[in-house]
Design a protein. Structure first.
Length: 281
């Protein structure tokens, strides 16, 4: 009745000022993963089941919805034939990330970052601008805002650069609410977004799971990455016996640190990280 599309996850109405978007648990086989990265940021995967995603059709309409005067309404699948209205959202950012398609092939996908309109109207939250920090200097974000897909060089940079690039890094930053998980240090340009379970040891779904990510200050990231520190199920830091206490203290690590905001979804990844750490605290 609104002139939308029955089969697309992004359904712009041709007759009304609406874009209907749908989310559910059935998209993982296509490389989709949507969810609330924090109470004020919903991340949503663009449409397209095979090949690299492009800013065309629904993806283009969603990116430009404010400019075109369209309202975005999010629905979640419940059971066959029924969806539940979740919220009205507004896109404030989008970026690329590495994913897989229906056949399991690597591809570049699009992630949209949205804010609930109720928060915007009430002016309750301000979402920081997340800096784009690329190890390769090949990705021209200004160009891609006006064009449809990354160049071959940009695509190679995205595929090879893993964490630290594009949408996945932004999701980790939003998840940890713009500060180091341990210290609360909030200078985003200095913080490092990492996988808890390394990329090489993760499944396709685990590589995309924001709960397999952690945001740390450089010192803690370096130690965590080399399994010289980890965290127990309550978030308390665990120091490796392979390093003397005095050495930790020289870099400002006391052994009393704690992550306050662990979720139950972080726990399986941290358990695997602890298992691979040499020594115990």
């Amino acid at each position: 009745m609104y002139g939308g599309n029955w089969q697309s996850g992004i359904a712009p109405s041709k007759d009304q000022p609406y874009i209907f978007i749908f989310t559910g648990k059935s998209g993982h086989q296509h490389g989709y993963e949507d969810g609330w990265d924090n109470p004020s940021v919903f991340s949503y995967t663009g449409e397209g089941q095979a090949g690299d995603m492009e800013f065309v059709r629904g993806n283009l309409a969603l990116r430009n919805h404010v400019l075109n005067g369209k309202r975005v309404l999010l629905f979640e699948f419940e059971i066959t034939g029924y969806v539940r209205f979740v919220n009205e959202l507004q896109v404030f950012d989008s970026d690329y990330f590495e994913s897989h398609d229906t056949a399991g092939n690597k591809r570049i996908a699009i992630k949209f970052f949205m804010q609930p309109m109720i928060a915007l109207h009430a002016q309750l939250v301000k979402i920081p601008v997340v800096p784009i920090m690329y190890d390769t200097k090949t990705f021209d974000i200004t160009r891609t805002r006006d064009n449809l897909k990354p160049t071959i060089t940009e695509r190679q940079g995205l595929v090879t650069s893993r964490v630290g690039q594009g949408a996945y890094r932004k999701r980790i930053i939003h998840r940890w609410e713009y500060q180091c998980a341990v210290t609360g240090f909030d200078k985003l340009e200095a913080l490092v977004a990492s996988h808890i379970v390394p990329w090489s040891q993760s499944t396709n779904d685990e590589r995309l799971d924001v709960h397999n990510g952690i945001l740390l200050s450089p010192t803690y990231d370096a130690l965590f990455d080399r399994h010289l520190i980890t965290f127990d199920e309550r978030g308390h830091i665990v120091l490796s016996d392979t390093v003397e206490q005095q050495a930790y203290e020289k870099v400002g690590v006391t052994g009393n640190e704690r992550i306050q905001t662990l979720s139950e979804h972080n726990q399986p990844y941290l358990e695997r990280h602890r298992e691979s750490m040499g020594g115990g605290g």
